[in-house]
Design a protein around this ligand. Structure first.
Ligand code: GTP
Ligand code: MG
Length: 206
């Protein structure tokens, strides 16, 4: 699936606008500004596919991306979808908006049968914070499998990466739905991407 162009097919502002359950999908979750949209662009090798920004709160809907070349009609469905999610933990937005995003994110994570795995992105400089832990607990309760992906490793010293991996592994040990292997990535330096592409391909079965 990687190596061919991907396209944006749908922005979902509320559950009723989700595409019908079909191809296996994987979603990218994490705090605002952690680098979800940048990581999707780096994985597919298309800079402007998912919109990124310095300002937290850029992605406001569930954005669906699929490999190009499928009509989406009848049996001509794409083999997989990547779902970019709004970030959590962004306090500056109006409360009603934050509440609406949070509800959408949580409803989606709990209630989507074709969601095969969630990649929970953690900023290498910050590690797992309280609100990350709440999301992990929600995923445990919903029995949704997830894997931790450290982002922006270019922002920390190379020697700090093994230590961060060990600390993060210790923190997720008590989370039953967490996949034990943690991936370290940098979208900026294109590191860790092949490992993540391989995980995604395996997860969606292509
Ligand atoms: P929201 O949609 O607001 O939740 O944010 P997001 O998680 O999608 O983050 P986004 O990809 O928009 O990136 C946020 C900022 O981090 C941008 O300024 C990116 O350029 C920067 N960024 C993303 N990935 C990396 C990385 O690997 N290294 C560095 N140095 N910066 C990165
Ligand atoms: Mg985004």
């Amino acid at each position: 699936i990687f190596g061919n162009p991907w396209i944006f097919i749908r922005g979902v502002p509320a559950m009723k606008f989700l595409p019908p359950e079909g191809p296996p999908e994987v979603a990218f979750a994490g705090r605002s500004n952690v680098g979800k949209s940048s990581l999707i662009n780096a994985l597919v090798g298309q800079k402007g596919l998912a919109r990124t920004s310095n300002t937290p709160g850029r992605t406001q809907e569930l954005n669906y991306f699929v490999p190009d070349g499928y009509s989406g009609e009848g049996d001509d469905l794409p083999p997989a979808a990547l779902v970019d999610m709004p970030g959590y933990g962004y306090a500056q937005a109006p409360k009603e908006q934050v509440d609406a995003w949070t509800k959408l994110v949580f409803d989606y994570l709990r209630g989507r049968a074709t969601l095969k795995r969630v990649y929970v992105l953690i900023d290498s400089r910050h590690g797992i914070k309280k609100n990350d832990d709440e999301v992990l607990t929600l995923l445990d309760k919903a029995a949704v499998s997830y894997q931790i992906v450290l982002t922006k490793t270019d922002k920390i010293k190379a020697a700090g990466v093994p230590k961060l991996l060990a600390e993060t592994a210790a923190k997720i040990a008590k989370h039953p739905a967490a996949y034990p292997e943690i991936l370290a990535t940098s979208s900026e330096k294109a590191s860790g991407l092949d490992e993540l592409r391989a995980e995604i391909a395996r997860t969606v079965g292509v």
